[in-house]
Design a protein around this ligand. Sequence first.
Ligand code: NDP
Length: 396
Amino acid sequence: MLEQVAILGSTGSIGCSALKVIAANSNQFEVQLLTANKNSQRMLQQCKEFRPQLAVMADQASADELEQLIQQEGLGTRVLGGQEAVEQAVLADELCLDVVIAAIVGAAGLLPTLNAVTLGKKLLLANKEALVMSGDLFMAEVQKHGTLLLPVDSEHNAIFQSLPVYDNSGQVNLAGVQQILLTGSGGPFLDVSLDSLTNKTPEQACAHPNWDMGKKISVDSATMMNKGLELIEACFLFNLSIEQIKIVIHPQSIIHSMVSYIDGSVIAQLGNPDMKTPIAHCLGWPKRIQSEVEPLDFFRIASLDFRPPDFERFPCLALAIDAAKIGKNAPCVLNAANEVAVAAFLKGRIQFTQIAQVIKMSLDATPVETLENTTAVFAMNQKARQTALDMISELD
Ligand code: NDP
């Protein structure tokens, strides 16, 4: 029996990589649902190749365009449009899903991903922002519905692979673990002069030395906010305290993270920096399947380097660690302010170094409070986004 797959955010970097893995394993997987925001042309190509039952575009005009193109091509795919349609997509009557890949970028992914959790099936999580925003509430839903949650993020996937797993429930065993070593490349600005950071352009920030990713996560990698979000993500995914996680800069992105044990052993997961590997690992788990990623050639790796993070260079990382320590609504505010600041930077409205400023001002302006339910999470997200927009106006 083929496993029936949905990809939320199929036209993005992770979505496209996931479809390549599925194409390489077409004897095991079939695509039932694809969703995107506006990219109707890429969605059309994906519908032609994978023939899903349902394609959903958050942007209504793009959905209308896609529907017309699908009719012209004579494809059988049903098309829906609107943000709510994306949010509800995995619950559509005609679908019978085994696997959902959550790969929408940012807070827009939270509700669609939470709905995928309620299916109680296999959920491959790339959308780290969803977990950062709603942490304990998200994990409680996973528990409640018996969902098999597998981490696509390469670092978390590496940690998952380096920890003993109890059984096919995917629960990890932390007995004997001393520390989680969360690696990060340091991004494109690891070695540039501190003075030059102010004038870095969006193009320079998105030119990651090792990974080919969407724009938002590329900027997050340049500020190292990405590592901060990942630290919070790791705490929730593996039930860890912040003190159990050490961030290690590893510029080559060959080791994707490590686990050290009390007997002195360190177990690492290595591979070429290509997201098809963690996607294939999750899709096939607990078995291994083909990813079509080049095997790692140790004779071509000149060296593996490591250093501690520099918080003067990466103030966003320090802000994320602080937010993680505060907990409650702080990670949600951090995430919302970061999304707004990164979007403003990509539009040329603020400078690279002002991203951290906007986030700090937004955190300082928001009282700490507990978010009791997802309604409170959405409200806090909206409020923090508005606060960040106000801070950006003050900087103008
Ligand atoms: P991209 O920007 O490349 O793709 C984002 C996807 O989400 C696209 O399909 C986009 O559609 C869709 N989308 C955007 N906004 C909305 C919206 N409002 N409603 C519905 N769909 C929307 O992002 P990435 O693939 O790089 O990243 C996706 C997620 O995976 C992020 O959370 C990121 O942090 C995480 N991740 C990414 C990695 C990577 O290597 N790229 C590595 C690890 C984690 P459209 O194309 O139409 O705009």
